[in-house]
Design a protein. Structure first.
Length: 269
């Protein structure tokens, strides 16, 4: 699966939103259930299922597990399909880690991409990144307290491993996030697909794909001691992206067939 796009000249500065029209995307104050976004403790129809997801994730995601999953899937020989074909499969998928929405994931992709497209119409690489984009966390070092439902890590085998329970763990300060073993999931897999297929998405696009669910980093400022200079620059784009990833979730659905030609043109570009 090849992901192609012209390499943009990003430079060191993220451009300001150049959409001054009245249809600029405005982040809502509440989610589809009338609650604050990313409130994992408030009682709602999603709360119990979401917490159970994190309990199982935090217990089972170990360094050895993530390493083994990479070895299995890095070969990229499990299936061959186009990007839009993959997106259409998400009609059948609801994110069990998300307290804010229970719609099929293709809607989340398109809601994010369309919101970014309004405010950054000239950054087509960012539209495509949104289209192909629970929380992720580093393994091989201490589990930061800012991780959602941190209490469940106490039942993770790595919690009992002294080498993994210092601030740096097996890493060195400033080593760069590309050298850090992250918890295994669709973000890591999509990052591997893009990287191994020679994607021409810019470094910031690949960074967003891999780390957009790494909320302890880009919301709480945890794990920054592992970042290098390139990570610092890419994080600026991720912070732009996060507004649209999080706050575009809505019960107002995108007309898939109407926007499909535009995204197909980006995929083919």
């Amino acid at each position: 699966m090849a992901i192609l796009n012209d390499q943009p000249a990003l430079g060191n500065n993220v451009p300001k939103n150049n959409n001054e029209a009245k249809d600029e995307f405005m982040a809502p104050d509440i989610n589809a259930y009338g609650h604050s976004f990313r409130d994992y403790d408030i009682e709602s129809e999603r709360q119990k299922g979401v917490e159970e997801f994190y309990r199982l994730q935090h217990i089972n995601q170990t360094y050895d597990f993530a390493k083994r999953m990479r070895e299995i899937y890095v070969t990229l020989d499990k299936a061959e399909m186009g990007i839009w074909e993959c997106c259409e499969l998400l009609n059948e998928v609801v994110d069990d880690s998300d307290p804010d929405l229970d719609e099929a994931q293709i809607q989340h992709l398109l809601q994010s991409a369309e919101a970014i497209r309004k405010d950054y119409p000239d950054q087509d690489w960012l539209h495509l990144t949104a289209l192909i984009h629970g929380d992720t966390f580093p393994l091989g070092c201490a589990f930061d307290e800012s991780n959602i439902h941190h209490k469940y890590f106490k039942n993770n085998p790595d919690y009992q491993c002294p080498a993994y329970q210092t601030k740096n763990g097996i890493y060195t300060e400033g080593c760069g996030l590309q050298n850090v073993m992250m918890s295994w999931g669709h973000d890591e897999y999509m990052y591997l697909v893009a990287k191994k297929n020679g994607s021409t998405l810019p470094s910031a696009g690949l960074f967003i794909i891999r780390f957009h669910s790494f909320y302890p980093l880009h919301k709480e400022g945890a794990y920054t001691h592992l970042m290098n200079e390139e990570d610092v620059e890419n994080l600026k784009w991720l912070e732009v992206f996060n507004k649209y990833d999080l706050y575009s979730k809505s019960k107002v659905l995108v007309d898939v067939e109407k926007v499909k030609p535009y995204y197909m043109s980006l995929i083919e570009k």
